[in-house]
Structures are given as structure tokens and as C-alpha cells.
Design a binder for this molecule. Structure first.
Ligand code: SF4
Length: 750
């Protein structure tokens, strides 16, 4: 029995459903059959299985080495076009994190005492259905919601979205992908007419100028950074970031702007490019709309204003404009510094505007390129059935619902005609009583959601919380009423889609511990227990769902009807979408690197991209005399992933990552009597964090930096979202800093 956080709640052992029991037995038999079929048996020669990495959106290819039926090692795949023989420490340690004592090995049900009771899958699925159905009967079908993830296979998120919304009557479901790339998805959709990152990684090596905005690929996307280093053009590198990050240290020009003055800076650069005549009038005339309004808008951003609001000198501003103006192939890249902002969509579109106005899109070495975060955030964008109907369609459009219903063979009345609440609205819905039951899959809300203390209080208010995860020990699983043990990467199969739209496969090379099942198998069990499995009877294996994904994509910009099967994905080194049946009729296999918009046609009905802009807003929580520091957040280590749920299991990755700290500028440290290594308190209206000070000039005076992996960081962040994308603004809040008196400093011996 596992002692966990207590939660006062009545409970009842579920009625066992005979039918569920039969399915469990069958799945168990199937799983054993797969075990024998998929894994080499003893005395077989050593073999290598190829799989895509399951951590970040770079999507590296890995070789998994098998001996006597056991996966014994992982090395980077030399032939895979993404990483070409390279991998970061997380990829190398992919297998190690599967082997942890806190793996969830059996379903767990919370007792009134707070203890967690191991139960059977029959009991677990029956409890799931009894509790959620009871909530729906009392409070309406919409009162149960789900929070999905960018960490499971596309086939699983497709199945999950269909089961919840078409089978269980749920309307509201979102993903942790809301926290990392909703801004980019909305920015692309509004500007291009579809959520379509246009680039291929080869562009990193073909540019002569690369502009990184709010991105630190050296740490966050190390293999992408390696591709930059392999660029033979000796490119100029412009980095826009308040911090002197590892990437900024390598820059030709580091624009260390005041936090959240990026929108002003980007409009100022646009204005100067127009003044210098360094724009592509022909491209603008032939392929875009709304340019004149945009030109008028940015004319107000003269160099003096931009310099004053951003802290960048006019000289540096003009040097950067000259680099962009003279670049033949300029590529613009952004990540969370842009996305996790209260005005992130307009900032991303300001980057897109620069690419459009200079004609730097649709050609080698160019593009307005969002690098996303999680290994399958891109799969979530197209197939999770959360904020968009499958295939990036619209729940509110009758013709879209009809198409999906006919394609999947389900009654159209089962498809909700309204959009889902976003993640922050689901959290707010718990507070208001609108959401009473929640199913969390492979994410850690209690740690990662912005302003986590409030999130934890609200999770505790739920009538029933189900967590489906590899580990029973996550901050969120420890609050659950029911834990469903899931297999992880390496223990199941399916596909992932990386940042450059490349679909690759993951493989089952290891057995999940105990009774843990692939998310796909858990969904089948739950569909049967709920009584809606006939809707999904065509999906016996992930490959069957992949066929449905292909059909759903037909005629969409993300059309993949030309991909034959998983074997083709492996043979081709992954396939970037789109790849249509028409493409396949002309060429049996796609080129390894393909980019969008080479013909200058975008996905709006008139084929034109849009210039979209807005007046910059002031920060939601300005500093004050009580809270005089701006707290910046971000990735703090190449060896840790998000809330460290998996990566903390590897001793090597733990050793490679720094202990939790706060970066403090030497001027501030001197003024406050803080020495490197002192225990300090970072505090504000929402919480207090005690960490060691890391005195460094990477942060500017009056700014601090804490890593997202640290559980304490979100004690401080401000719950505030971009109104367009509803992505939280993790990157800016006001805090105070003080030394913890009496706490010894191990580095000074005092
Ligand atoms: Fe995996 Fe990302 Fe590291 Fe590549 S860069 S090995 S995809 S974590």
C-alpha cells in the first residue's frame, strides 16, 4: 500500500463488469502475444531497432540495441535526417528512465484514509466509469473534462480525443501543449490560414543570417543548435533575449532587450527595413494582404522610441537591420520566450511579418519558424481533438463535423458543436463548479501549471481526479483518486510528429512493468467499460488508427494519404506532411527535406498571407518598490525535461543538471549582501521560493532567472494568458529577493 496525500472523499468499491473483465483478459493475452512476436527471444543474434526519441520536438532518430530480447542500450541513429548521429544526454538515457522504483505497476484507488489501494484493471475501469458517469448524470456531460499531453503517440491522442468527445460525451479537453505552442498554432493559423510551420531543419544550414527570438537552442534544442554549428556559410546570428544565454554568447548581435519589449523591437526593425527600402515589394504585392495598414502601424516605432522602450542602442538596432537587409537567406526562429507571453500571438506574427516583407519564406535557408517543445506537440496540434476538430477542423462548422462523422463512421450527433474550454478555463471551471471530474493523461498539472498553488487547491476540489501516468509519484498523481498505470516510450508503438512536420515511428522494445499498459490499450479497456467500444471497433492496433489519421487528413494542408504504412516512415527517415496520394503517384518516396510555400500560395482562400499586428500592451504585473525584480523563467539544463518526471530517474542526467538556483546579477548581489551559493528567498504575493543564489552576469540588474524544472518556480508565476491563444505567460512576474539569514553557504564554508 502506498501512502499518499489525503483527500476527504467517500468512495465505494466498484461493481465489477463481467464484460470489462473479459476484455482485460483478452488484452492481456494479446499483450503476451505481442511480447512474443515483437521482442527477440533468447539466443537470437543482437539486433537494432530504430525509433524516434520521446522527449523533445527535435525528433532525433535513435538506435535501440537488443540482446536476448532485452533492450540494452541506445545510441543516436547515424542515418536519420534529423540528427545524423547526434543525440543530447536525454536521448542517450531514454531506456534508463523506464527502470524506476516509482513506476506505476498496478491501478491504485484512494481509500478514505488517504492510502492508495492496488486494484485490478476490472475494478479500475469500472470505478472510472461509475464515478464519471455519476458526475455527468448529476451535473451534465460537460462537467467531466480531460487534460491530454504532447508526450503520447499520435494514435493514442487521436483515440483519446475520439473516445472522450464522441464516446463519453465530454466537450472539454485540452493538452499540456497549451503551455508550450498554442501561441504558434494560432499565429500561423491567422497569418497563413493553417497551423503550418513552413521549414525543414536543412534551413538551419542554408541561412546566411539566423535570428533567434526568445529561444536558447544551445540548451533547449541542442541538436538543432548542432545543425546551426554545421552551417557552412559562416552565418550571422542575431539573438533577441533579455538573458545572455548560451546561444546569445555565440551571437554576432545579442539584443538584450528589456523583458517583454520584443513586440516593440520587432515593429521597430520592420520600420527601419521599410525606411531602408530593404523589403521585397514584389513578394508583398503577389503573396500577402494588409501590408499598407501594417506599414502605417510600424511607422510609429521610430528608433528613438524603440531604443527607449527596449533598452537597445540605436546603433545596435541599425546594425541588426543592416544584417537582415543584406542577408540573402534570412531565417527567423522562435520558441517559448515568444510563446509564453501575454501578447505572444502578436509577437509571433511580428516575426512572421518580417519574413513576409523581406520575402524570406518558401526558399532554402529562410522562414518564420516556430520550434515547438514536446516530442509530439505537433501531433497534438492536428490530431488531439481538443481545441480543433480532427485534422485541424472546426467543431462549430457543420460540414467539418459531417466530414469527420462520415470518415470515422460515427453518428454526427456524437460530435460536439462547440469548442472546448482551454486549459486555463478548465482550471477556472473547477473553481466555479462547472468542471467536477478530471482525467489527466501524461502531464503534471500540479507542478507545471502557472501559479501552481492555486492549481493544486483546485485539483483538490474535484469530485474525482484520474491520473494516467508512467509514475505514481508525480505531484499530480499523488493527488489522484484513481491512478491508471501507463507504459512509456519504448514500451509501446505509434508515431510522433516533430517541429519540422516529420512523422516518425516509436517502437516497443521493452515490457511495461507489472500491469502497466500502453495508453492505447487503456483506452480500449475504458471504451469497453463505458459501453461505447463499438464506435471504435476498427482500431485493434495503433496502425489501424494511423489509417484513420490518413483518411481524416485527406484534402487538408496536412494531407498524409500518400504515406503507405509505418514501414515507409522507417524507410524514408520519417516523412514530413503533406504527402498526398497524388504526390505518391508521381514519386514513390518523398524528398528528405521539404518546406512549405515554395509557390508563394498560403492556405487562406485568396492564397495570401496576412500581416497582423497590434499595439504593444504593458506587462500585467509591473515591478514595484515591494517587488522590484522581474522573474524570468525557462529551461535550466540540457539534461532535464520539464517537471523532471522521467529525467530525474537517471543518475547521469541528475548529475549533469545544476541544483535549483536563482540567477542574480552581481550588482544586485553586492547591493543585497548576497554571495554566490547563499540561500535566498524569492517571493511575491503568491508564494515564496528558497534556493541558492547563482551570481552571474547572464541576467541583467533587476532581473532574476529560475528554471522551469524547479517545483518552486511556479509558486511565483502569474496566472495570465494571451487572449488569442490562451497560452500562459510564464516569462514575466514581479518578485522580491532577500538573503535567508542564518543559512550556511556550502561554497564559502560559512
Ligand atoms: Fe531527444 Fe530532443 Fe535530445 Fe534529440 S535533442 S535526443 S529529440 S531530447
Amino acid at each position: 500500500m502506498i501512502r499518499q496525500d489525503t483527500k476527504s472523499q467517500r468512495w465505494q468499491l466498484p461493481v465489477l463488469h463481467q464484460r470489462t473483465g473479459e476484455l482485460t483478459d483478452r488484452l492481456s493475452r494479446e499483450t503476451r502475444a505481442i511480447d512474443l512476436g515483437a521482442l527477440p527471444v533468447s539466443n537470437m543474434p543482437d539486433t537494432v531497432t530504430k525509433s524516434v526519441c520521446g522527449f523533445c520536438s527535435t525528433g532525433c532518430g535513435l538506435s535501440i540495441h537488443m540482446r536476448d530480447g532485452v533492450a540494452i542500450n541506445v545510441t543516436p541513429d547515424h542515418d536519420y535526417p534529423v540528427n545524423r548521429g547526434m543525440a543530447c544526454p536525454k536521448g542517450w538515457e531514454s531506456l534508463r528512465v523506464l527502470d524506476a522504483p516509482d513506476r506505476a505497476t498496478t491501478p491504485l484507488l484512494r481509500l478514505p484514509s488517504g492510502d492508495m489501494l492496488p486494484i485490478s484493471w476490472q475494478q479500475a475501469t469500472a470505478t472510472f466509469c461509475d464515478r464519471f458517469k455519476a458526475i455527468q448524470e448529476t451535473h451534465g456531460a460537460e462537467s467531466v473534462a480531460f487534460i491530454s499531453t504532447g508526450q503520447i503517440a499520435t494514435e493514442e491522442m487521436f483515440f483519446l480525443g475520439c473516445l472522450t468527445k464522441f464516446g463519453m460525451g465530454m466537450v472539454h479537453g485540452d493538452g499540456n501543449t497549451r503551455q508550450c505552442m498554442a501561441t504558434s498554432a494560432v499565429a500561423y493559423k491567422q497569418a497563413f490560414g493553417f497551423d503550418a510551420p513552413p521549414f525543414t531543419y536543412a534551413d538551419l544550414e542554408l541561412s546566411d543570417v539566423l535570428v533567434f527570438v526568445g529561444a536558447n537552442p544551445c540548451l533547449a534544442h541542442p541538436i538543432i543548435w548542432q545543425r546551426v554549428l554545421q552551417n557552412p556559410n559562416n552565418p550571422d546570428l542575431i539573438v533577441i533575449d533579455p538573458r545572455k544565454t548560451e546561444t546569445a554568447m555565440a551571437a554576432s548581435e545579442h539584443l538584450a532587450i528589456q523583458p517583454k519589449s520584443d513586440l516593440t523591437l520587432l515593429y521597430g526593425i520592420a520600420n527601419l527595413l521599410i525606411s531602408a527600402g530593404a523589403i521585397d515589394q514584389r513578394y508583398i504585392a503577389d503573396h500577402t494582404a494588409n501590408y499598407e495598414d501594417f506599414r502605417c502601424h510600424v511607422s510609429a516605432f521610430d528608433p528613438e522610441r524603440v531604443s527607449s522602450e527596449t533598452g537597445i542602442s540605436i546603433d545596435q538596432l541599425q546594425r541588426v537591420v543592416q544584417l537582415i537587409a543584406h542577408g540573402k537567406r534570412v531565417s527567423f526562429w522562435w520558441t517559448m520566450g515568444v510563446n509564453q507571453s501575454y501578447q505572444g500571438v502578436r509577437t509571433a506574427q511580428a516575426i512572421i511579418n518580417l519574413a513576409l516583407m523581406t520575402g524570406n519564406i518558401g526558399r532554402p535557408g529562410t522562414g518564420a519558424n516556430s520550434i515547438t517543445g514536446q516530442c509530439n506537440a505537433m501531433g497534438s496540434r492536428l490530431y488531439s481533438n481538443t481545441s480543433n476538430l480532427l485534422g485541424h477542423r472546426d467543431f462549430t462548422k457543420a460540414e467539418d463535423r459531417q466530414t469527420v462523422a462520415e470518415t470515422l463512421g460515427i453518428p454526427v450527433k456524437n460530435i460536439p458543436s462547440q469548442n472546448s474550454l482551454a486549459y486555463d478555463q478548465i482550471i477556472a471551471g473547477i473553481d466555479s463548479g462547472r468542471i467536477r471530474g478530471l482525467w489527466v493523461i501524461a502531464t503534471n498539472t500540479a507542478h507545471s501549471w502557472i501559479s501552481s498553488p492555486r492549481a493544486r487547491v483546485l485539483l483538490g476540489k474535484l469530485d474525482f481526479l484520474v491520473v494516467q501516468d508512467m509514475y505514481h509519484s508525480t505531484d499530480t498523481a499523488r493527488m489522484a483518486d484513481l491512478v491508471l498505470p501507463a507504459a512509456g516510450w519504448g514500451e509501446k508503438e505509434g508515431t510522433l510528429i516533430n517541429s519540422e512536420r516529420r512523422i516518425g515511428t516509436i517502437k516497443r522494445v521493452s515490457r511495461a512493468p507489472g500491469q502497466a499498459l500502453a495508453d492505447f490499450s487503456i483506452l480500449r479497456l475504458l471504451a469497453d467499460a463505458w459501453g461505447c467500444s463499438e464506435l471504435f471497433s476498427q482500431w485493434a492496433r495503433p496502425a489501424d488508427v494511423f489509417e484513420s489519421m490518413k483518411q481524416i487528413s485527406a484534402g487538408r494542408p496536412c494531407d498524409i494519404t500518400g504515406i503507405k504504412d509505418y514501414a515507409m516512415l522507417d524507410r524514408c527517415g520519417g516523412v514530413q506532411w503533406p504527402w498526398t496520394v497524388e504526390d505518391a503517384a508521381k514519386s514513390s518516396e518523398p524528398d528528405v527535406h521539404r518546406r512549405l510555400f515554395e509557390d508563394g500560395r498560403f492556405f487562406h482562400a485568396d492564397g495570401r498571407a496576412r500581416f497582423i499586428f497590434a499595439e504593444p500592451k504593458s506587462v500585467p504585473e509591473p515591478t514595484s518598490s515591494d517587488y522590484p525584480f522581474v522573474l524570468l523563467t525557462g529551461r535550466g539544463s540540457v539534461s532535464q525535461w520539464h517537471t523532471e518526471t522521467r529525467t530525474a530517474k537517471s543518475p547521469i542526467l541528475k548529475q549533469l543538471s545544476p541544483a535549483p538556483n536563482v540567477e542574480v546579477n552581481p550588482i544586485d548581489a553586492d547591493r543585497l549582501g548576497i554571495r554566490d551559493g547563499d540561500m535566498v528567498e524569492v517571493s511575491n504575493r503568491r508564494g515564496r521560493a528558497q534556493v541558492r543564489a547563482f551570481v552571474t552576469s547572464t541576467v541583467q540588474p533587476s532581473q532574476l532567472f529560475m528554471a522551469m524544472h524547479n517545483m518552486q518556480t511556479n509558486l511565483l508565476t502569474l496566472e495570465n494568458v494571451d487572449p488569442e491563444s490562451r497560452q500562459p505567460c510564464y516569462k514575466h512576474c514581479a518578485v522580491a529577493l532577500g538573503r535567508c539569514v542564518g543559512s550556511p553557504n556550502p561554497r564559502s564554508g560559512s
